[in-house]
Design a binder for this molecule. Structure first.
Ligand code: BG6
Length: 486
C-alpha cells in the first residue's frame, strides 16, 4: 500500500518524544506499510540528513522498552524526509503538495502537531492545494479549542474541507493498553456486566496524577489549566468507557454513540453547587521524593499572580438508569506525590455482615491501573489463614493481580503507536467524534464560567501532596475516601 504520513510540527516536543518513536516502533514491529513514507516539516531550516541525525540524537535521550539499535533506526530513517515550511504562508501548501507528490490512490495522513491556532488555516491550505481527497486524512492533536464556542468553530471550519470520516481527533489516553483492557474486561467477559451498575457499585474514582510540574510548557499551561488540559478530554473519556452501555459492535460509531450518551447524561453542575462539587487548586513549593520543587507561580512563563489551576477534583453524576445516584469522583493534578492513573470501582458492602470486618470501609474494589504499570487488581475479602490471634476469624483484604506486562511481555504496544496504527488502517474507533468533544466542552462550560467570575483564587496545596484538603472533604462528605487514605 502506498502511504505517507506528514507530521506538521515535526520538530516539536510531541514529535520527537511521542510521534516519531511511535512510528519507529510501528516500523520495527512490522506495522508500517512497506512503501510508507514519514514526512516531517516545521519552520527550522535543515535538510533530511540533518533531521535524521537530530532525531537519532533525540531518540537516545528517551527510554525504550527494547534496545534502540542504530541499524534498525537507519533502516527506518530511510523512510523519513524533512522539509522546512512555514504553515502561515498560503504558498506553502502547493510546495507541500509538490513535495508529497502523492499517487492518485495513495493514502496520505496529515498530522497537525502544531499550535491549535493554526488548525483552521492549515486545513484551508490543504484543501486549496487539493490535499483533502477522500483517501486523505487529518489528525488533530488536543487542545481542540479552549471552550465550547472555539471547539465548534474549529470543528465547523475543518468540516468544510474534510468529512468526519477523514478527521482523527486524538486523545492519547484512548490508546493506552489499560483502556483497551477495560473495554475487553467489560465487553469480552460476562461476569462483570450484572454487577456493573448502581445496585452493586457505591462509587467510582478516577485519578490522573503527575509528579511533574508544568516543565517548559508554562506559556501553554497558563492558557489551559488542568480543566482544559486533562478533565475535558482524558478524564471524561475514561469516565465514558467506565460508564457506557455495551455497544452493538466494535464499529467506531457504535462505540462513539454510546460514549456520547454518557456525556449527555452527565448532570450539569449548577452555580450554587460549584463550591461543594468542584475543587480547584494550585501547587506551592514543596518536595517530591527528596527533591525540593518551586511553586507553580515561580515556573518559567507563568504570571506571578496566576490563577491557573494545576489541580481539579469533581464529584460528577450520571443521570441514567444504570448510574443514578452513584458518585463519580474525578481528580487530576500536577506535582502530586507520584505519577499514576487509575480507575477504582468501589463495590457496595455486603448487606448483612456475618464476619468481623478488618476495616470499616473494606469492600470489594476493582482497580484498573493505566500507569505507571498496566494492571488490573481485584480486591477481595478473605478469611485470614494465619495463626495470629488478632487476625483469626476476621476477614482480610487480598488482591488478585493481573500484570499485563508480565502476561504479554515487551510486545505490548504503547499508546501513540496504537493510535497511529489505527490512523494508518483508517479505523476511527479510538478517536473522538465532534459531537462527543462538544458534549464534553458543554459539561465543563459552567465550571469555566463560574471560575471566570470567582473572586477566590485556586486553593493552595504543597507540591508532593495529594492536593488541597477540600478534595478529601469531597469524598469524606459521603463517608468515602481516596485510595491513598484507605
Ligand atoms: C497531556 C497533557 O495531554 O497529557 C499534559 O497536555 C500531561 O499536561 C499529559 O502531562 C499526561 O499524559 P500521560 O500519558 O503522561 O499521562
Amino acid at each position: 500500500m502506498k502511504f505517507s504520513i506528514v507530521f506538521l510540527g515535526g520538530t516539536g516536543d510531541l514529535a520527537w518524544r511521542k510521534l516519531m518513536p511511535a512510528m519507529f516502533e510501528a516500523y520495527r514491529h512490522g506495522a508500517f506499510p512497506e512503501m510508507g513514507r514519514v514526512l516531517a516539516s516545521a519552520r527550522e531550516n535543515m535538510d533530511t540528513a540533518s533531521y535524521r541525525q537530530w532525531l537519532w540524537d533525540k531518540f537516545q535521550t528517551l527510554t525504550w522498552g527494547e534496545p534502540l539499535e542504530k541499524a534498525v533506526f537507519d533502516a527506518f530513517a530511510q523512510a523519513v524526509e524533512y522539509k522546512p515550511l512555514d504553515l502561515s504562508s498560503p504558498d506553502t501548501y502547493q510546495q507541500l503538495s509538490d513535495w508529497i507528490h502523492a499517487d492518485p490512490s495513495e493514502s496520505v495522513v496529515f498530522y497537525l502537531a502544531t499550535a491549535p491556532s493554526l488548525f483552521i488555516r492549515v486545513c484551508e491550505g490543504l484543501a486549496a492545494a487539493g490535499l483533502n481527497k477522500p483517501h486523505m486524512r487529518v489528525v488533530l492533536e488536543k487542545p481542540l479549542g479552549k471552550d465550547l464556542q472555539t471547539a465548534r468553530e474549529i470543528n465547523h471550519a475543518v468540516s468544510q474541507h474534510f468529512s468526519e470520516k477523514q478527521i482523527f481527533r486524538i486523545d492519547h489516553y484512548l490508546g493506552k493498553q489499560s483502556v483497551q483492557n477495560l473495554m475487553a474486561l467489560r465487553f469480552g467477559n460476562t461476569i462483570f456486566e450484572p454487577v456493573w451498575r448502581r445496585e452493586s457499585i457505591s462509587h467510582v474514582q478516577i485519578t490522573l496524577s503527575e509528579d511533574l510540574g508544568v516543565e517548559a510548557r508554562g506559556a501553554y499551561y497558563e492558557q489551559a489549566g488542568a480543566l482544559r488540559d486533562m478533565v475535558q478530554n482524558h478524564l471524561l473519556q475514561l469516565l465514558c468507557i467506565v460508564a457506557m452501555e455495551p455497544p452493538a459492535s466494535d464499529d467506531a460509531d457504535a462505540i462513539r454513540d454510546e460514549k456520547l450518551k454518557v456525556l449527555r447524561c452527565l448532570r450539569p453542575i449548577a452555580p450554587h453547587e460549584m463550591n461543594q462539587l468542584v475543587v480547584r487548586g494550585q501547587y506551592r513549593a514543596g518536595v517530591i521524593g527528596t527533591q525540593a520543587v518551586p511553586a507553580y507561580v515561580d515556573e518559567k512563563n507563568v504570571a506571578p499572580d496566576s490563577r491557573t489551576e494545576t489541580f481539579v477534583a469533581i464529584r460528577a453524576e450520571i443521570d441514567n438508569w444504570r448510574w443514578a445516584g452513584v458518585p463519580f469522583f474525578l481528580r487530576t493534578g500536577k506535582r502530586m506525590p507520584q505519577r499514576g492513573a487509575e480507575i477504582v470501582i468501589n463495590f457496595r458492602p455486603v448487606p448483612h455482615p456475618i464476619f468481623a470486618m478488618p476495616l470499616a470501609n473494606a469492600t470489594n474494589r476493582l482497580v484498573i491501573r493505566l500507569q505507571p504499570e498496566d494492571t488490573i487488581e481485584m480486591h477481595l475479602l478473605s478469611k485470614a489463614s494465619n495463626r495470629s490471634k488478632a487476625e483469626q476469624g476476621r476477614l482480610v483484604p487480598v488482591r488478585l493481580d493481573l500484570d499485563f506486562r508480565e502476561a504479554f511481555g515487551k510486545q505490548m504496544i504503547e499508546g501513540y503507536e496504537r493510535l497511529l496504527r489505527k490512523v494508518i488502517a483508517g479505523r476511527l474507533d479510538l478517536f473522538v467524534r465532534f459531537d462527543e468533544q462538544e458534549a464534553a466542552w458543554k459539561w465543563v462550560a459552567p465550571i469555566q464560567q463560574s471560575w471566570a467570575c470567582d473572586p477566590m483564587p485556586p486553593r493552595p496545596y504543597s507540591a508532593g501532596s495529594w492536593g488541597p484538603a477540600a478534595a478529601s472533604t469531597l469524598t469524606a462528605r459521603e463517608n468515602f475516601s481516596w485510595p491513598e487514605d484507605q
